[in-house]
Design a protein. Sequence first.
Length: 296
Amino acid sequence: MDWDKLRVFHAVAEAGSFTHAGELLNLSQSAVSRQISALEESLETTLFHRHARGLILTEQGELLYQTTHEVYHKLAMAEAQLSESKERPSGPLKITTTIGLGSLWLTSRIKEFIELYPEVDVTLILTDTELDLSMREADIAVRLQSPRQPDLIQRPLLTVHTHVYAAAEYLEEHGTPERPEDLDHHRLLVYGQEWPAPVPEVNWILNLGARPDSRRRPILRVNNIYGIYRACRSGLGLAGLPDYAIPTGTNLVRVLPDINGPSFRAYFVYPEELRHSKRIGVFRDFLLRKVAEHNF
């Protein structure tokens, strides 16, 4: 099998159309189509079902796609290991974490890391969905739950604490809750239940001091912690927020200061094959310094 044709096939399988694959490969749609037709002819099998809405892999096409995808994964690992042979850490480093932790804590500190290691090409992927590190969707994950995959290395990074917060402007207008039961009479901002939550008990504020026979109705549901934080700062209502989200000098005030929300561990996670990566090591050490400075 010709590698150039396999490269085109992999791009088409990923993109789902000749047109999109051509854009990625800087080839015309007709050139991509010819390569796929030639590959199918050489293999004497059909790799794609063609229809008006796009392309779907056949059973034989799915088998070939899985194989080529594994080859791409191994090539990416080889590239990473070759780049690590240089004296200073260099090359691509894809980091994934939750939208809340990434937006409210990590992005404001990443400038220092990039200035320390300018030859490391950093990409941040902020999502509350877990990416597959074993398939190199990212190199490092900072996760708020222990990973379930057995082939990943993890180390505890920090303990996240949560409390009830509100904007000073909100408290001036609506008053300050003195007891957990008082939350029945306040506007509450929560994480929408229809989206996968980044941590367990993410909406603990709904149950704090609530009577068994009553159900609190939030004023707003948002699909990430950053959105809840921004709405809280605007004075819309109270929210159960992680302490790392609260910068110095903010207008947010801790409400019910003697009441603690859930605490949970954040983990630094990466694949076993990157155990000796310089880029992984320097970023891990950088994060540990930042955590110590923040005094979690």
